[in-house]
Design a protein around this ligand. Structure first.
Ligand SMILES: [Zn+2]
Length: 326
C-alpha cells in the first residue's frame, strides 16, 4: 500500500463507520416508530426543525428571535420524545444518533485538523504497509534489554539507544539525518531499527522497512517487467522506497551484489538525499568491506552523508540460546 492509498483507505474506513452510525440510527427510529405511533408523530415533528430554521433565515423577519423560538420548541419536543421512549420501555437515548467517535461525528476531522480516530487508522495502515507489522511486533524500545551488554559495551549501547530514541521522537523528514548502524550479527541492530520505525510511524510518518534482499528483489522483478507491460501498482511500490518519509534498509550486504544492485542503491539513496528524505541502514559489513563491495562513488557521495553508529558486544542471540540451555 502506498502512502496515498493508506490515507485513502483510512478515510474510507471512517466514512463507512459514519454510514453505519446513520443506518443504525435510522433502523432504531423505524423500529420504535412502528411500535409506538405517538413516537412516530413526534419524530416527524422534530424533523421539521431544519427546514423551519432555513425558512426563518431567509424569511426577512426578526431572524434571531424566530430561530430562538424554534430552538425552544425543538428542545421541548426532544424532551417529550425521550419521555415517550422511557414510557415505552426504551432507554431515553435509544433513538439518539450515536457515532463511533463523538469528537468528530465520524467525519475524521475536527475543524480542519485530523481527528485522532482518522490519525489512528492512517497509522495502522502505515504500520501494515511498512513491512513491519507481524514480523517485529515485539521489537520496541521498551523491550530492548541492555543486560546482555557488559562494561564498556553497555555504556556504548546505552548511548546508541538514547540517540535512536531521540532520533525517532524528534523525527522530521526535512531535518533528520541519515544513520548507518554497523556491527556484527546479533547485537540488536534489527531490533533497534524496528523500534525506530514503529515510533516514527506512531508519530504519523510513512515509513518503509525492508531487508536489503527484499529491496533489491523488488527492483530486480521490476527490471524484468518493464518492457512487457506496465503495472502501475508495481511502479508505485518501487516509488514508495524513494518517496517514503523514512526508509529503513535492514542487513545491507546480505543481498547478491552486482552492477545492477549497486546502481539501484546509488540511485535510490541519491534520490532520497536530494529530496531530504532520511534513510537508516543496518549492516554487518565493516568499513573496508563496505568499500570493497560498493563502488567508490557510492561510498564517497552517499555514505559520506550517513552518521555511523558502531554497535559493540557479543552475540545476544547466542547468549539467549546459552542461557536457555543452562
Ligand atoms: Zn474522530
Amino acid at each position: 500500500m502506498t502512502k496515498s492509498e493508506s490515507i485513502r483507505r483510512a478515510k474510507e474506513t471512517i466514512a463507512s463507520r459514519r454510514a453505519e452510525s446513520i443506518a443504525s440510527y435510522e433502523r432504531r427510529i423505524a423500529e420504535v416508530s412502528a411500535a409506538v405511533p405517538e413516537f412516530a408523530e413526534i419524530d416527524r415533528e422534530l424533523q421539521k426543525t431544519g427546514p423551519k430554521i432555513v425558512a426563518a433565515s431567509f424569511g426577512g423577519g426578526d431572524t434571531r428571535a424566530e430561530i430562538e423560538e424554534i430552538r425552544r420548541e425543538y428542545e421541548k419536543t426532544a424532551a417529550r420524545r425521550r419521555e415517550i421512549l422511557a414510557e415505552n420501555g426504551y432507554a431515553p437515548d435509544y433513538c439518539d444518533m450515536h457515532y463511533s467517535c463523538e469528537k468528530c461525528s465520524d467525519s475524521g476531522y475536527v475543524g480542519i485538523d485530523l481527528c485522532d480516530c482518522l490519525r489512528r487508522e492512517i497509522v495502522q495502515n502505515f504500520l501494515e504497509s511498512s513491512g513491519l507489522y507481524s514480523l517485529t511486533k515485539n521489537q520496541t524500545f521498551d523491550t530492548f534489554c541492555l543486560d546482555y551488554y557488559e562494561k564498556d559495551d553497555r555504556i556504548v549501547m546505552e548511548q546508541i539507544v538514547g540517540l535512536l530514541k531521540r532520533y525517532a521522537d524528534g523525527f522530521d523528514p526535512a531535518s533528520s539525518g541519515n544513520l548507518i548502524l554497523v556491527g556484527a550479527t546479533g547485537l540488536g541492530k534489527t531490533h533497534l531499527c524496528s523500534a525506530v520505525a514503529r515510533r516514527v510511524i506512531e508519530r504519523g510518518f510513512y515509513v518503509v522497512y525492508e531487508s536489503a534482499q527484499g529491496l533489491f528483489g523488488e527492483y530486480e522483478a521490476r527490471r524484468f517487467h518493464t518492457n512487457s507491460y506496465t503495472d502501475a501498482s508495481e511502479e508505485d511500490d518501487i516509488d514508495r522506497f524513494a518517496d517514503c518519509d523514512l526508509l529503513i534498509i535492514d542487513d545491507l550486504g546480505t543481498e547478491i551484489t552486482n552492477r545492477f544492485s549497486i546502481s539501484c542503491l546509488y540511485y535510490l539513496l541519491n534520490q532520497r538525499l536530494i529530496r531530504h528524505r532520511p534513510t537508516v541502514i543496518s549492516t554487518n559489513l565493516r568499513g573496508a568491506e563496505l568499500r570493497s563491495r560498493y563502488e567508490d562513488r557510492i561510498m564517497s557521495r552517499v555514505f559520506g552523508e550517513f552518521i555511523p553508529l558502531q554497535f559493540t558486544g557479543s552475540d545476544i542471540r547466542m547468549q539467549k540460546i546459552k542461557k536457555n540451555s543452562d
